[in-house]
Design a protein around this ligand. Structure first.
Ligand code: PDD
Length: 287
């Protein structure tokens, strides 16, 4: 069965799906995106992802290409047409197609909308979670509007590549004061020696992860305390556990940071419980 993509009002074969060479997403990274997890036929936390999409569009003065209600239907339709039961749905909206000029097109042009879906293997993710991930740290070198989920991801791409070359799976951006911001495509967490979950406040300097928000609710159901505060790489080395969160990973234990083993080098109970309980707590929309 061929994969199907949605591109500006049409369902097309994924292999032939294309946007114009003067799409501003292509030329300027002038666009935003969202990724939702699909689990057992459900789109997870769709409302949260659409709320954040609304915020990202608003911050960049890009109009919604279709209404929120229509977008929800398109999400479901793309998942359905690709027969994805477990996987990811990806959405990208750019300012549209116009002759290359840095300033916004005037008059305004129609924003471009692309939606794709792909399958992922729950068995492979479970195996990754059972083994735990390795993380490296890299100096923060991104702009200060990383709260906007923009497709301008070059520092994230370079950081993730550096992690890969170091035999790790994620890179944590670190500020000059030694505090951890977030991963190249995930939020960063630790569990202190007295069992408190710590993650950086999401006012600015990190993306307010939708998974991060749901994990806070899961923690509440497990009677775990969460502190939103900065933590240093040094504190992470000494933590009882470390883990990352994102729609692509849900909760993934981290067992090594910069070559230093965290605790006993095995995924911890807290990360494992949060991962197990996630599906129960997250909002589920049948695709
Ligand atoms: N990344 N921080 C960054 C920089 C991210 O790119 C992401 C998500 C997150 C976690 O957000 P959420 O929980 O809403 O997925 C945090 C997506 C999955 C990606 O780029 O593929």
């Amino acid at each position: 069965m061929p994969r199907i993509a949605y591109v500006n009002g049409e369902y097309v074969r994924h292999s032939q799906a294309a946007v114009h060479i003067e799409d501003r997403g292509y030329q300027f990274a002038d666009g935003v995106y969202e990724v939702c997890e699909i689990s057992r036929g459900n789109i997870m936390d769709m409302s949260g992802h659409l709320d954040r999409l609304d915020r990202s569009l608003c911050e960049l003065s890009i109009a919604w290409p279709v209404s929120r209600r229509v977008l929800q239907l398109l999400f479901k339709e793309v998942v359905r047409r690709n027969k994805v039961k477990n996987g990811l749905v990806y959405l990208q909206i750019t300012r549209g197609v116009a002759p290359r000029d840095h300033a916004f097109p005037s008059p305004e042009v129609r924003p471009s909308l692309v939606i794709t879906a792909k399958r992922t293997s729950p068995e492979v993710s479970a195996a990754r979670a059972a083994a735990g991930l390795k993380v490296i740290t890299v100096p923060e070198n991104r702009w200060d509007r990383v709260d906007i989920k923009s497709v301008g991801l070059l520092p994230n791409v370079l950081a993730r590549q550096k992690a890969k070359e170091a035999g790790a799976q994620e890179a944590w951006f670190v500020d000059p004061d030694g505090t951890v911001k977030e991963g190249a495509a995930t939020n960063a967490w630790i569990v202190t020696s007295d069992g408190v979950l710590v993650t950086r406040p999401a006012d600015h300097g990190i993306l307010r992860g939708i998974t991060r928000g749901t994990v806070m609710k899961v923690a509440e159901t497990l009677n775990l305390k969460v502190e939103e505060r900065s933590f240093t790489v040094d504190e992470a080395f000494r933590a009882r556990e470390a883990f990352i969160t994102a729609a692509t990973t849900v909760v993934m234990p981290v067992v090594e940071i910069d070559g230093i083993t965290i605790a006993n080098g095995h995924p911890g109970n807290v990360a494992t419980s949060l991962r197990q309980q996630f599906f129960e707590v997250a909002e589920k929309t049948i695709a």
